[in-house]
Write a protein that binds this ligand. Structure first.
Ligand code: AP5
Length: 218
């Protein structure tokens, strides 16, 4: 089981790049944010109920909760594919836990990719983002509009704005990111796993740069 992580501020395009790469079938895209939103939609899920207050405030889940959640995800994954983690790790303890978990399942972290973009671009992306309320597919009002206004191309579900994309919550997510990211960067730099990618261009351009990194390390 090989893995890479994609990191970056809210709106950098982590989920979009991860989904783009996974469309080729060699990679599995694991977005902890998407998986948590999926749990939250299931009113019978105790985990979904537990996560809701954190998500609604734009706060991170406590490390223990996030790590246990990731363990459950990893053990169900197809180990022949490269896993792309988007949204994990968010803290230094999570970074260390991910390496331990991968080792436990016979895997290894090959690269930590940091998507870099300026704040104005990230805010514009968050502002225009809509997601399908049924299947979580991500759209953008200008850059990636659905074929039919407010209707998901894949499942015909309704397009909605994420609760945590409201400006106050988005600011809180950005603050949380900025407080914790430097420790993670330092950790991955020391392990020579860190690769920086300019994410201010098109989706294809960002994905190409990530593929280049993956070729370099393989
Ligand atoms: P999560 O959903 O991961 O939110 P985030 O990290 O804040 O990141 P975003 O989803 O906002 O941005 P993104 O970089 O994925 O951008 P996207 O590709 O959608 O997590 C949400 C919450 O879950 C957290 O706040 C926390 O509460 C909880 N959580 C998750 N993981 C956790 C963990 N490990 N520990 C604790 N808590 C955790 O793109 C944004 C928009 O821009 C889209 O509309 C897209 O179409 C558009 N776009 C993307 N790329 C481009 C491009 N190159 N050009 C033009 N438009 C683009």
């Amino acid at each position: 089981m090989q893995a890479i992580v994609i990191m970056g501020p809210p709106g950098a395009g982590k989920g979009t790049a991860g989904a783009h790469l996974a469309s080729g079938n060699k990679f599995t895209h694991i977005s902890t944010g998407d998986r948590i939103r999926h749990e939250m939609r299931n009113t019978a899920s105790p985990l979904g109920r537990e996560c809701r207050p954190y998500m609604e405030r734009g706060d991170y889940l406590p490390d223990e909760m996030a790590i246990n959640f990731l363990r459950e995800i990893i053990q169900k994954e197809d180990s022949s594919k490269t896993l792309i983690f988007d949204g994990f790790p968010r803290t230094l303890p999570q970074a260390k836990a991910l390496e331990e978990l991968l080792k436990e399942f016979g895997g290894e972290l090959k690269a930590a990719i940091l998507l870099e973009t300026d704040a104005t671009t990230a805010v514009k992306r968050i502002d225009g983002r809509r997601i399908c309320g049924a299947c979580d597919k991500v759209y953008h009002l200008e850059v990636k509009a659905p074929r039919v206004e407010n209707v998901c191309d894949e499942c015909s579900g309704p397009l909605i704005k994420r609760d945590d994309d409201e400006p106050l919550n988005a600011k809180s997510r950005m603050r949380n990111y900025l407080i914790r990211i430097q420790d993670i960067i330092t950790h991955y730099e020391a392990k020579k796993l860190l690769f920086k990618v300019d994410a201010s261009g098109t989706v294809e351009n960002t994905a190409e740069q990530i593929i280049k990194v993956m070729k370099e390390i393989s």
